[in-house]
Design a protein around this ligand. Structure first.
Ligand code: VG1
Ligand code: CO
Length: 580
């Protein structure tokens, strides 16, 4: 057996999106598809520094095991000295990031996941690459991979025995000039979380008989990690759907009001996120993770915490988390996320960045000092409206980290409260709104739209920039919501100067009676595997009235945005697929 060069020809459409390349599983399984992409990826990684050690892990979805076995053969063919595989082949994305960071010789990780997209032979599979600091590959890297997929002539491969993915951690197999080592998926990540949080404090709070926590793993990669950390170590009893499954039990593993409906119901909530007047939940905290364990949804008894509010509240109270004892130095949010965290940062005198969608933009800010010799923003907090929250303990969003942050906040709010009734999530959120005002927020997703129609919609909005089309857009509007302007969001990375254009169209509004600002943002999703998903993000600040349902409050704004963008005429959609 030896390494052979297998001739192949370029396959179109291998352009990674917001977070890796996502396609239908069957496409990945078609001839040379996986091999072409992996060879292009290894060639790109090889350019910066020849890969010495690579981690290969996935979220456990259908094709995970087969793909790992094939990628090993390709890595052996490419004479990569060392490959690390977690036992079972399954690791959450945050655990991957933390492990890469802990290994001095590891150049990166190939992560087999389509994250929150459904899994199975008829559904989605995907591949992401995380670089040596544990961060998602940046645009220059993924652009380079794409360029190579367009000219590839073949790939290196070496036939060999399959690796036993259930072997004990530490088991080594030598294949050609490569050593494959099975490693423990949990160890490093658990010790990272132990340095971020006060585990003894958390477990003593959890053991309080008044406290009860419900966690939904959505049958994703976060499940086994939650069982170990929340269950075995911290004593949480309410664990649901924590065994990972190849098809996520047939569900859409995206923790939001629509797709985590069981949890939402058990938390005493209606599908629009408001309290169910006929049902009081027994749970203090409810949380869910997505397919690869990097997203989180947070609910309390009868209250849903929007991800943007969750970030703002964690920022406001972060000093109760050991990681932030020294004081918060920087925060960031993706542009479509609400401005709730901006207000907290301003009051705390902490620098606040607004970045394009996707976690890769946070990494440079976190590493500004170490990797770029600039000012340090550590400890750093960041998040996205798409149920992503995290910090610089790793370089990915982290579903479990967010849950532990909320348990820390609850424990702190109940310090010294041994007998009375518990301070609940609802109390914490309402107190926050009282202090800072409320950023009402929700998102409409229109999935599976025609790509041409979606592009026309965005182009139409682009024409309104600069006020040229303002008069036209105003016709039929008026009333309480006054349309002000349209702008296109672009970003120049303050650390390395790289530029990202076309990051979303922002429509600015003002409320006539109060002068409060409102905003509607349009973006096309970069994580789908077919067609186009139009996302419409709605946000309205209210400094006085905090009560009520966000979708209800934002209905008028939504109608205005839909009218101005001509969404209905262009896409033929009467209703969004998902409101969250
Ligand atoms: C979506 C979210 C974005 C998130 C990305 C990856 O991207 O909007 O905030 O970073 O998914 O999340 P898009 O381009 O579809 O809007 V994950 O958990 O799927 O890796
Ligand atoms: Co994810």
């Amino acid at each position: 057996k030896s390494s052979v060069f297998v001739p192949s020809t370029p396959i179109p459409g291998m352009k990674p999106g917001t977070s890796g390349l996502r396609k239908k599983t069957k496409q990945w399984m078609s001839k040379n598809y996986l091999s072409n992409f992996i060879q292009s990826l290894l060639d790109t990684a090889n350019k910066s520094s020849p890969p010495h050690e690579i981690l290969v892990a996935g979220d456990g979805r259908y094709y995970n095991t087969l793909a790992i076995q094939e990628i090993i053969k390709l890595c052996v063919g490419n004479k990569i000295p060392h490959i690390l595989i977690p036992r079972t082949g399954i690791m959450s994305t945050p655990a991957v990031s933390s492990l890469i960071r802990s290994l001095p010789n590891c150049c990166g990780g190939i992560v087999l996941t389509a994250s929150h997209n459904p899994g199975g032979i008829e559904e989605d599979f995907g591949i992401k690459y995380n670089e040596g600091r544990g961060q998602p590959a940046d645009e220059s890297f993924t652009d380079e991979v794409y360029e190579r997929t367009k000219v590839i002539q073949g790939f290196w491969r070496e036939e060999g025995e399959d690796i036993d993915l259930n072997a004990e951690a530490g088991t080594k197999t030598v294949l050609g000039s490569t050593t494959v080592t099975i490693i423990d998926p949990f160890e490093t990540y658990i010790s990272t979380l132990r340095t971020s949080f006060d585990f003894p404090l958390l477990s003593s709070f959890i053991s309080d008989p008044r406290v009860s926590i419900l966690f939904d793993g959505m049958h994703g990669a976060g499940g086994p990690f939650a069982s170990k950390i929340l269950g075995d170590i911290l004593g949480v009893e309410g664990l649901m759907r924590c065994e990972s499954k190849e098809d996520f039990g047939g569900i859409h593993p995206d923790p939001n009001l629509s797709y985590a409906s069981d949890l939402v119901e058990r938390m005493g909530l209606l599908p629009d996120g408001t309290a169910n007047p006929d049902f009081t939940s027994e749970f203090t905290l409810g949380a869910a993770n997505d397919g690869d364990g990097d997203r989180n949804m947070i609910c309390g008894k009868g209250i849903f915490v929007t991800p943007s509010d969750s970030l703002a509240i964690i920022a406001d109270r972060c000093e109760c988390i050991p990681q932030f004892k020294g004081g918060l130095k920087g925060v960031a949010r993706s542009m479509p996320s609400s401005g709730a965290v901006d207000v907290v940062a301003e009051r705390k005198g902490v620098e606040c960045f607004v970045t394009p969608t996707g976690w890769k933009f946070f990494g440079n800010l976190m590493d500004s000092k170490e990797a770029f010799g600039k000012k340090s923003y550590s400890p750093f907090l960041c998040g996205e409206e798409s149920f992503g929250t995290g910090s610089d303990h790793i370089r990915e969003k982290d579903g479990l980290w967010a849950v532990l942050s909320w348990i820390s906040i609850l424990a702190d709010a109940n310090k010294g409260n041994e007998e009375g009734s518990l301070v609940q999530v609802k109390d914490i959120v309402e107190e926050h709104w009282k202090k800072y005002g409320r950023h009402f927020y929700c998102r409409y997703d229109y999935e599976g739209c025609d790509s041409g129609a979606a592009d026309t919609l965005m182009d139409g909005l682009r024409e309104l920039v600069g006020g040229g089309g303002k008069a036209a857009a105003d016709v039929g509007g008026g009333g309480e919501i006054v349309f002000e302007s349209v702008e296109e969001f672009e970003y120049t990375d303050p650390v390395d100067g790289s530029f990202s254009g076309k990051q979303g169209m922002v429509l600015n509004f003002k409320m006539k009676s109060t002068g409060d600002k409102a905003r509607a943002v349009f973006r096309l999703s970069g994580t789908g595997s077919s067609g186009a998903t139009v996302r419409l993000y709605l946000e309205q600040y209210d400094g006085k009235n905090f009560q009520g349902s966000a979708p209800e409050k934002l209905k008028l704004l939504g109608e205005e945005a839909i009218r101005i963008s001509k969404l209905q005429e262009l896409t033929g959609r009467e209703q969004p697929t998902v409101i969250t």
